[in-house]
Design a protein around this ligand. Sequence first.
Ligand code: C2E
Ligand code: CA
Ligand code: CA
Ligand code: CA
Length: 279
Amino acid sequence: AKAQGRANYQFYSEELNRSAMARLDLERKLRNAAAGGEFELWYQPQYRACDGQAIGVEALLRWRHPQDGLIPPDRFIPICEDNGMILDIGRWVMEKACAQLASWRNAGLAPLRMAINVSARQLRDTRIIDLLRAQIERHGIGPGELEFEVTESSVMERPDEAAFILGRIKALGVSLAIDDFGTGHSSLAYLKRFPLDRLKIDRSFVSDIEHDCNDAAIVSAAISLAHGLGLEVVAEGVESAVQWAQLKALGCDELQGYHFSRPLPAEQLEPLLRAALNL
Ligand code: C2E
Ligand code: CA
Ligand code: CA
Ligand code: CA
């Protein structure tokens, strides 16, 4: 048993070693990524449920490594949140998204809302207010044109700090959405604490909504709750017309998902937006 324990230990330490090495390697590559212009911002459109009109886009970060190819955000954002790199990356995302919003508006693709994902770490740094104000002034961004998406867990880490900073962001005319609703925190009390505009129902409740009556019940309750609080509801991960119809029937305001469009680079999304706006 002792020998086996030792073997196990060796196995584990090799495993740990390997993952630690992989992480170090990734961190090293990440440090070059920003400088090397390896980050890209892709956009996934959001649609009004009642008539399918495109009303906004969500900006989603992509990392194109010269050797490893496209690396999905779930693989590197948690690391950047840990080591603080998310502050610089988040700033780049904000600048890029605001410039894109202005460029689409100037091309007559208005009115579109641009939603940006913001990490807990970014909400702990009050410099975000000045960065945001500068972008808003520079690009003449109007109230409600820009939206921040924050998760339940990221605002509940330090709720007082989050309430303060979200209040200031909101005062700049930026709207606020709770992302991944239903997956983070068990308490709903936070919903009245933060100046929210929208609630995004997590994909996990949508993916099987046509077969799972529990999911349908949860989504229906979340919509009632949100509407009761004066919030709009976006469903994430809509992959079929059946799901669209069901979400519409449940009173969901907006939809986003592969059924409508995958996230795309700006140039590829543009013709789609023009078509949707009948331009
Ligand atoms: P999220 O904010 O929940 O974004 C939605 C994710 O669902 C995106 O994955 C999107 O591509 C994917 N998705 C959209 N529609 C569908 C669908 O119909 N079916 C399925 N299966 N998936 C769908 P993505 O782009 O890989 O992003 C993953 C996560 O990475 C995001 O989840 C967000 O938490 C984070 N992230 C992405 N960009 C940024 C960023 O700029 N800053 C920060 N802090 N986080 C980001
Ligand atoms: Ca999001
Ligand atoms: Ca989400
Ligand atoms: Ca998510």
